[in-house]
Design a binder for this molecule. Structure first.
Ligand code: SF4
Length: 497
């Protein structure tokens, strides 16, 4: 699509987010302005925005003397309101203070007086620390505020303080920490004018011919990715990127795009196995190696998988931002003679699930059993955190954590089917062994499990809907541990049902 010719580039109104978009990829900004219908906003982007709003609300609520600049009557009115509040000497922080310079409009999350005649601004973020990609946004704000005559003595990224522990329900004093970046962005502020000119010139022209690349996923996946990738010529069926652990990068840099063009003698043993299994179509399978490793594991075996939630805003007393909180586990308990029983725990009450989860673990997993997980460091961490929290159960929980065995490295060392396409995720390995996949399930991955749990714990949920969500969660988690049993049996050369 070609752009309408614009006689005057300066007519393009810009904002801090538009300039940040331009700096990620000019073509992205061009499409946002001229072809927004091409965008595909995914669920992760919507969730991120919802979390951002919730965190922003708390940041404002911590300043009861603050005043919000509404934009219901347009941004011009918001600029006028901001100007009036400042002129009248409003003592409290101003939320969404709105300024304009040279057609660039910014709304500053929190603008506070510094106690003298200056101001300090804070950009609220729902992350646990400062990120490099926040700085462009901040620089645009500082530039506009400076041009609007605001004397800034501080410009901070106000992020979540990961050391914060919620001690009383609803008391979020101390939830945030500031990283002041005013000095850090000084050079970037000086360059804003040039960025604005470049963005306007670009917007006045045809769509930039920028090819998709690393910028499409940094810092987040671009909403035009599907559209832009339509332009790309079809690649090889087995690209070099299938080599695990970013093994394809150096080959791509050397001009290779097809995995089948590589020489296995030039590859690491793992990469050579991937190449040979791909080239021949015959899976790599080291039965003796798998048996040797797993024969060291004790009985009974407790095949265990947790589902957790890690809310940015602490939900229960005693938790911190992003604390991994288990709300569900599935357990297949396998005896030496092959007998298997299934056990599970799921708490959708919305109350803190950790005590009930810890008690269920010590009740359902017999003393001395060997816990086996897939990517076991995660289960190990959850067990240790529960042990730390509940000293009366710590002996049993720590014993489980200390003895955890991991099926993932066994699978990686002893099995590869080319349909895994370079991944040893249990969801990619399972369908190469048995005709079972996750596509038929209501809940198909950890992110969907978290979303289902959040919905199921909502206070006004319809009971029928809650039951459906619970069944979906149970089926998903049960499949994860049953998949481990099947994969382990297959690795050891046993017949899998
Ligand atoms: S998909 Fe990539 S190339 Fe296309 S607009 Fe987005 S960042 Fe730019």
């Amino acid at each position: 699509m070609s752009a309408t010719p614009f006689a005057e580039p300066r007519h393009f109104g810009l904002s801090k987010s538009k300039l940040t978009t331009f700096e990620q990829c000019p073509r992205r900004l061009w499409q946002q302005v001229h072809a927004p219908e091409r965008a595909q906003v995914n669920e992760a982007q919507k969730t991120r925005m919802a979390i951002g709003h919730a965190v922003g609300d708390i940041a404002c609520a911590l300043h009861p003397d603050g005043v919000m600049v509404e934009a219901d009557e347009g941004l011009g009115a918001a600029v006028a309101t901001t100007r009036r509040l400042i002129a009248q000497g409003h003592p409290g922080p101003i939320f969404e203070a709105t300024f304009e310079h040279d057609g660039v409009l910014v709304r500053t999350d929190i603008l506070s007086r510094d106690g003298n005649d200056g101001w300090q601004m804070a950009e609220v973020k729902s992350s646990g620390g400062m990120k490099e990609y926040y700085l462009g946004d901040l620089a645009t704000q500082v530039w506009v505020l400076d041009k609007a005559g605001i004397k800034l003595t501080g410009a901070a990224i106000r992020h979540l303080n990961t050391s914060f522990v919620l001690e009383r329900e609803g008391d979020f004093e101390g939830l945030f920490a500031d990283t002041d970046c005013l000095d850090l962005i000084a050079e970037s502020v000086k360059g804003r004018e040039q960025v604005v000119t470049q963005a306007r010139t670009m917007l006045a022209g045809d769509e930039p011919g920028i090819a998709p690349g690393a910028q499409c996923d940094k810092p987040f996946t671009c909403e035009f990715k599907n559209w832009c990738h339509l332009d790309l010529p079809p690649g090889p069926e087995w690209p070099v990127e299938l080599l695990p652990r970013n093994g394809g990068v150096k080959w791509r840099e050397r001009g290779f795009d097809n995995l089948l063009d590589l020489d296995s003698g030039a590859l690491s043993p793992l990469h050579a196995r991937v190449l040979e299994a791909t080239r021949s179509g015959v899976p790599f399978h080291d039965v003796d190696g798998a048996r040797a490793i797993m024969s060291q594991w004790g009985w009974p075996r407790a095949w265990l998988d947790f589902e957790t939630i890690n809310p940015a805003i602490p939900r229960w007393v005693g938790t911190s931002p992003f604390a991994q909180t288990p709300f569900q586990f599935s357990l297949h308990l396998e005896q030496r003679d092959g007998a298997i029983t299934h056990h599970e725990f799921l708490d959708t009450s919305g109350d803190d699930p950790r005590r009930a989860c810890a008690e269920a673990l010590v009740t359902m997993i017999p003393e001395g059993a060997t816990v086996v997980a897939y990517y076991a460091s995660f289960e190990q961490r959850v067990l240790r955190e529960l042990a730390q929290m509940f000293p009366d159960l710590a002996l049993r929980l720590n014993a489980m954590a200390n003895g955890v065995q991991d099926l993932l490295p066994v699978a990686r060392a002893c099995w590869y089917h080319r349909d895994q396409r370079g991944s040893w995720s249990i969801k990619d390995v399972l369908p190469t062994i048995v005709p079972l996949d996750y596509g038929a399930l209501q809940v198909q991955n950890g992110g969907m499990a978290q979303d289902a749990w959040v919905e199921a714990t909502a206070s006004r949920i319809d009971p029928q809907r809650k039951w459906v969500l619970e069944e979906g969660l149970r089926a998903y988690c049960r499949q994860d541990t049953w998949a481990m049993v099947l994969v382990a049996r297959h690795l050891a050369g046993e017949t899998v049902p």
